[in-house]
Write a protein that binds this ligand. Structure first.
Ligand code: SF4
Length: 718
């Protein structure tokens, strides 16, 4: 039977009516049974954002009752954010993918068996590999352990090395910028710092539970905490807010570096012993005065000087935070060099592996797998990493893949727990790419926008119904455990699906083990068993942290102010100022659109969860923020509907929040809304605007990220 959204819901609703007709429930008796039922605590991991905080699922009568934070998990530290509580709804959500589905028309599917689905997928995948080679196939996922261990192994067994995550729309610039200076990412030691500078990061909304706690603790301890952001966000509201023109963060950082050097406030011992290229940096630095930066950033020169002097006075117990997705994640043409400039300031402070500075931390480690592994393919990738973009990271370029799909160069893909049609800019571009493929398989728990474009949807159990590969997160070794029985018996976990497909593709020898055997092997050498970990959910182990400055993971083994790799590829050897690609000049009715998270939503995945959607509704938070004075000049009042029109003519509509809490140049769009799957009915009713619908497809020159904030729109009241 062909199944579209209407028949999909009707079949679920019909079953519910039939059950209701057979029984009459005594609510008082029911409540008593629920109250008195014994509670079982199942240690597990949250799945509502990629932090995967440790949690307990409290189970009563075989159903999850509530969740609480796991005290022995380094990301939750006994607490959870609102999204985790809302996430319980996903388990019984009518919009779940429940059986294998095959597409028979636009957003129309028929139920098929696993046997048929995996036979047909294997046959079509083999055909693509035979006719077009492994470069024509990609695998995209949210990069957690099961996805890596099973997904990457399967792809490598097929000779495919185009493996992608969401990072090109998240933190790729930061990762690359830090890799080419410090040699790796690092963490600021918030717990012991006396002066913390955050740029474009908001712990109150882009929540990782442990970092939100640590941020509050730093404020309570009396550390100076400065939040540079175009918006008076929740973090800035309890710290010192420094508003900045969006896209100019690198200018601020270079000016801070200028003050540190010209006022002789930097750590010469660190610079002389542990860095290369400082003198080249010194030569470009004189032009970057605080007065020069004031013109660009709109931050007064004296404030820039006071930040630099404050950092220097507290050094080495001072740090510029690494940020995440904001100003130097994947936002602007200058984001990668902005990340390098963040590293420059930390190097000048000489704070590496110093108390209160920054730390290249070690985490718990797991044993390597003893099973036969396929060779890692070494041929060119199908998404331009290493060729079109020699410095791009292994996280890949899904948007470039879809350009190549439209050109007939990419032909098939498998996507798991990833919804690029909502999280990567330019919906039309991504959609055209997916529709050009010979085969798209989506492994999902829900009928997402990307799933609806698949030829086959393979349904997974929700996070509470499946066990997964063990993870090491900071000092915690942890695992997702199966807290309840499957709600939809036809669903299969990722390890089962990949093992099935591998057998059908003739590479089953690489999956000749059970999930339990794999997890036991990973725990080899630990003083506890798989049964112990399953019982606990998360166990903290002791990990030695390096003291002093180690040899860094750069070509020189030192911190690199000057990068020969950058110079060899035609980029600035030393990071120097250049503006966003879309410039900084705006006409009277133009705004730069920047989007960001909300504390109670996780990208576009949660707006259909009733209790979280209710928060949005009660506090009216799916509006786009506009500066009060500029809105008044355009005759726009709080709550008005406005139209945002991009240079290519595409447009979207949203209600606005008129506020003085935002820089005049910026329109802030909360990034949780604007779902386009008809299966998310509540989200559809809630409405909202997703800037990715009107952001043009483009790639940043150095690392190839999506430049999500290179969007200038005309704003008009409707
Ligand atoms: S930050 Fe919140 S949503 Fe993300 S994993 Fe932790 S509790 Fe879950």
């Amino acid at each position: 039977m062909a199944m579209d959204r209407r028949t999909f819901f009707r079949s679920t609703a019909g079953a519910a009516v039939a059950v209701a007709a057979m029984t009459t429930i005594d609510m008082r008796a029911w409540a008593q049974v629920v109250e008195e039922a014994p509670v079982e605590l199942k240690g597990s991991l949250c799945n509502v954002c990629s932090s995967h905080c440790g949690m307990y699922i409290h189970v009563k009568n075989g159903r999850p009752w509530k969740v609480t934070g796991h005290p022995d998990h380094s990301r939750s530290r006994g607490k959870l954010c609102p999204r985790a509580h809302g996430g319980l709804y996903w388990i019984y959500d009518p919009a779940r993918a429940k059986t294998p589905l095959k597409r028979v028309g636009e957003q129309e599917f028929e139920q098929i068996s696993w046997e048929q689905a995996t036979d047909e997928i294997a046959e079509r995948l083999k055909r693509v590999l035979d006719q077009h080679g492994p470069q024509a196939v990609f695998y995209g996922h949210n990069p957690r352990r099961s996805g890596v261990v099973y997904g990457n192994r399967f792809m490598h067994a097929l000779g495919v090395n185009t493996i992608q995550t969401h990072n090109a729309a998240c933190n790729t610039a930061r990762v690359l910028g830090l890799a080419h200076t410090f040699g790796s990412s690092y963490n600021a030691d918030w717990a012991n710092s006396d002066y913390l500078l955050f740029i474009g990061r908001n712990m109150g909304e882009g929540i990782r539970t442990s970092t939100a706690l640590a941020f509050g603790e730093a404020i309570a301890r009396g550390a100076t905490v400065v939040c540079v952001d175009p918006r008076l966000n929740e973090s800035a509201a309890i710290a010192e807010w420094v508003p900045i023109r969006p896209g100019t963060d690198m200018a601020l950082l270079l000016a801070i570096a200028n003050v540190l050097v010209t006022e002789d406030l930097y750590d010469k011992e660190f610079i002389n012993t542990h860095t290369i290229g400082f003198h080249r940096f010194e030569r470009v630095l004189p032009q970057y005065t605080p007065e020069w930066a004031e013109e660009l950033t709109t931050i007064p020169a004296d404030r820039i000087r006071s930040i630099a002097r404050g950092l220097a006075a507290a050094a080495p117990a001072a740090a510029v935070d690494t940020g995440w997705k904001g100003a130097f994640g994947a936002a602007y043409a200058n984001s990668t060099d902005t990340a390098r400039a963040v590293a420059y300031v930390n190097a000048l402070l000489g704070n590496l592996n110093k108390r209160g500075g920054i730390r290249i931390s070690r985490g718990a480690s797991l044993a390597s797998l003893p099973f036969q592994a396929p060779e890692t393919p070494t041929g060119p990738r199908g998404d331009g990493v290493g060729t079109d973009y020699p410095l791009a990271t292994g996280h890949g370029l899904p948007h470039l893949s879809m350009e190549k799909a439209q050109k007939g160069l990419v032909k098939a893909g498998i996507i798991r727990h990833h919804n690029p049609l909502r999280t990567i800019p330019d919906y039309d571009h991504m959609l055209a790419g997916y529709r050009s493929l010979d085969l798209l398989v989506v492994i999902e728990t829900h009928m997402t926008e990307t799933a609806l474009e698949a030829d086959y949807i393979l349904p997974e159990p929700s996070f509470a119904e499946r066990e997964e590969v063990i993870e090491a997160t900071g000092p915690s070794i942890c695992m997702r455990t199966k807290a309840i029985e499957k709600v939809h018996p036809e669903t299969k976990s990722f390890d089962e699906i990949i093992t099935l497909l591998a057998n059908k593709m003739g590479v089953g020898r690489y999956f000749d083990f059970t999930l339990d055997e794999l997890n036991e092997a990973l725990l080899s050498g630990q003083p506890f068993s798989l049964a112990d970990l399953r019982e606990a959910g998360s166990i903290e182990v002791s990990v030695d942290q390096p003291e002093g400055v180690p040899e860094l993971n750069t070509p020189s083994g030192k911190f690199e102010f000057y990068s020969q790799r950058f110079a060899d590829e035609g980029f600035n050897g030393v990071a120097e100022w250049y503006p966003p690609e879309t410039g900084l000049q705006l006409r009277e009715n133009e705004f730069r659109v920047v989007h960001g998270k909300q504390a109670y939503h996780s990208h576009c995945a949660t707006a259909n969860i009733p209790m979280l959607a209710q928060v949005t509704k009660d506090y009216d938070t799916n509006r786009v923020w506009l500066n009060a004075e500029r809105a008044a000049n355009l005759g726009i009042s709080d709550g008005d509907y406005v139209r945002f029109t991009a240079p290519d003519g595409r447009s979207g509509e949203a209600r606005v929040k008129v506020t003085e809490r935002i820089h005049p140049d910026m329109a802030f769009a909360p990034g949780a809304y604007g779902n386009r799957t008809p299966y998310f009915e509540l989200s559809e009713k809630l409405g909202g605007f997703n800037p990715h619908d009107i952001t043009a497809y483009r790639s940043e020159p150095i690392v190839g990220h999506t430049m999500m904030s290179e969007l200038i729109v005309e704003v008009k009241r409707v």
